[in-house]
Design a binder for this molecule. Sequence first.
Ligand SMILES: Nc1ncnc2c1ncn2[C@@H]1O[C@H](COP(=O)(O)OP(=O)(O)OP(=O)(O)O)[C@@H](O)[C@H]1O
Ligand SMILES: O=C(O)[C@H](O)COP(=O)(O)O
Length: 410
Amino acid sequence: MDTTGIKFVDELDLNEKRVLIRVDFNTPLKDGEVADDTRIRAALPTIVHCLEAGAKVILCSHLGRPKGKVNPKYTMEPVAARLAQLLDTDTLLYDVEVVFPEAVVGPDVAELIADLKPRHQVMLLENLRFEPGEESGDDAFARELAELADFYVNDAFGAAHRAHASVYTINKFFDRNHKAAGLLMRAELQGLGRLLQRPEKPFVAVVGGAKVSDKLGVLMSLLDKVDEILIGGAMAYTFLAAQGVGVGESLVERDFIDQATSILNRAKAQGVKLRLPVDHRVAPSFEATEATITDDNIVPGGTMGLDIGPRTAEEYGRAIARASTIFWNGPMGVFEKPAFAEGTFSVARAMADAEGYTVVGGGDSLAAIEKAGLAESIDHVSTGGGASLELLEGKSLPGIDALRANYPID
Ligand SMILES: Nc1ncnc2c1ncn2[C@@H]1O[C@H](COP(=O)(O)OP(=O)(O)OP(=O)(O)O)[C@@H](O)[C@H]1O
Ligand SMILES: O=C(O)[C@H](O)COP(=O)(O)O
């Protein structure tokens, strides 16, 4: 990934300065608490760096999709609580308080920032998406945010594909010496960059998840880069249907069968091996608690394919073990339910055991890796879902481009 014209946070002199850090704290919540704190932990190096540099740290993020309206369901309060715990347990800092102003911008926020104690306090603003100007990339809202700080740091890799006010427009209000990418952003660009710049061959991509339609772009661009694509999850059934294989009641995106056919044809023409499940775990419905394993790639009528079968898992595991570079996005089945989780966990184990360079991207595959306790064995675990896919598709990301010196922001 080209980082020409981009400064990184460790090149800035932040002592006693106000620094606004855009983070991606869009984390799943359960019963009013953060259910997975991966994204918060991933932002700690930048936060700690800025605190140690003597800055007044102001963090901002979106959470969910509240669509420009205040909605208590999406308050950042539980995130502030989890952040306070993590600053205490996962860093060498002590006594760092998290200040939560219950507002995004405004005079009260500015006043609290004036009193913020460098090194001992961090502020986390309320959900940016409570403001209609955030998603529309509004100039006036971006200016209000910018006025809260002397420096702007973007560490929100997961949101870098959005041209929103806090990610994109805000860059207008800081010159090249007052804006920078954070340390997570740097790790993501390096980690994913290795897949784009001359990856070691064989390069295998494992793609699963719910929708072919969401991943058509990335599948097409992967065809130009990889030697093998292993397909699992619900999207496998659209491909099998395209080949005329019986898929029973499995989820199939009928409108995308033609596109699936052209991916199959292109793979063949380009000499890319595209593997589809050779057996499945099936059940009459999502509610089922037990799976039946099929003899072959046919899903019997009256049942749905809800996970790859053991022979497929073994075949995919062997392909992963042979590869020098492996990228994985999307679960192999309905892994949230124990009866249909084995395919995803076996891919997770194969990734962890692989000798090649391994990268996992996407919320659900990451959750599976975390659940299996294998994250430490993966070379790069990306915090970006859509952002990592768009980067791999070769698209430029507005949140990264806008950090470049003299980049024209409309
Ligand atoms: N065979 C299947 N039938 C129905 N649903 C499935 C099947 N296999 C996987 N899924 C569902 O797909 C969902 C994940 O799909 P998605 O495309 O969102 O994955 P992802 O790219 O890892 O996630 P994210 O978009 O959060 O980054 C999971 O909730 C899983 O239960
Ligand atoms: O979870 C993500 O992929 C990012 O936080 C972006 O969220 P969004 O898809 O709601 O813009």
